[in-house]
Design a protein around this ligand. Structure first.
Ligand code: ADP
Ligand code: ADP
Length: 228
């Protein structure tokens, strides 16, 4: 699904964010990406969504090298990737429905199709009946679910999450991870960047660990005890 081969990213100011990174997320796999703040997690995700481009090495998605993807093709690539952020980036003056519908509106779906898909997404995240609410009327956990619904509403084969539980308590965090598990069970590949090792330790998924821009060897399936 995602393959990094000897990937380095050096920002314009000379900041080395990733160095010679190799990693492979398999089709249909769910995995964690962890490491301290500044280790390069966000940068790695930004290379996948082509918000940033690698300085060296090869990034492939579904076997396609995205290093030389032209600006015109970037939107097509992004349609296949649902992205979830810590602070969910919701439009606060738009209803829950409008927030979730946004990717479908951009893609030009019909009104009827949009209603159907938004209802389905709301159902999946457990927010059915809240479509007319404004985000401000929802709790932090519910707002995060709106962000998740928006990320999955067009059924992308790949889901990326950047600190999706950063503002949530352990119970809500686990609920959100169970939600990712449900998407993964239905075939979506999922990569979750988090520094919450306690959370990871409770799940059975592979964990990739970055330290100062380098991927630590021997990625493990029980990374909870691993020091980073
Ligand atoms: P993480 O997500 O693990 O906290 P980041 O990928 O955000 O790590 O950052 C990795 C390193 O790259 C850090 O040293 C950070 O300061 C630097 N960095 C991130 N984004 C930029 C940028 N746009 N310009 C310059 N340096 C950056
Ligand atoms: P995150 O929530 O991922 O930790 P940060 O607060 O580290 O985000 O960074 C916010 C934004 O600033 C990101 O887009 C990141 O790429 C960028 N950034 C981080 N470090 C630097 C830096 N040293 N110089 C310029 N931009 C940076």
């Amino acid at each position: 699904m995602i393959q990094f081969e000897q990937v380095s990213k050096i920002y314009a100011g000379g900041q080395k964010a990733l160095m010679d990174v190799n990693f492979h997320l398999r089709q249909g796999e769910m995995a964690f990406l962890t490491g301290h703040s500044g280790a390069g997690k966000s940068t790695l995700l930004k290379l996948i969504t082509v918000i940033e481009r690698a300085t060296a090495g090869k990034v492939s998605i579904n076997g396609h090298n995205i290093a030389n993807v032209g600006p015109k093709h970037v939107p097509y690539l992004r349609r296949n990737i649902g992205v979830i952020f810590q602070n969910h980036h919701l439009l606060m003056d738009k209803t829950v429905f409008d927030n979730i519908a946004l990717p479908l509106v951009i893609e030009g779906f019909t009104h009827g199709e949009i209603r159907k898909r938004v209802a389905g997404a709301l159902d999946m995240v457990g927010l059915y009946g809240k479509e007319r609410h404004l985000p401000i009327m929802l709790s932090g956990g519910e707002q995060q679910r709106v962000g998740i619904a928006r990320a999955i509403v067009n059924k992308p084969p790949l889901l990326l999450a950047d600190e999706p539980t950063g503002n949530l308590d352990p119970k809500l965090s686990m609920d959100i991870l169970r939600l990712f598990e449900a998407f993964n069970d239905s075939g979506t590949s999922v990569l979750i960047a988090t520094h919450d090792l306690g959370l990871i330790a409770r799940m059975k998924y592979r964990t990739f660990t970055l330290r100062e821009g380098r991927m630590l060897g021997g990625e493990s399936s029980t990374a909870g005890g691993e020091t980073i």
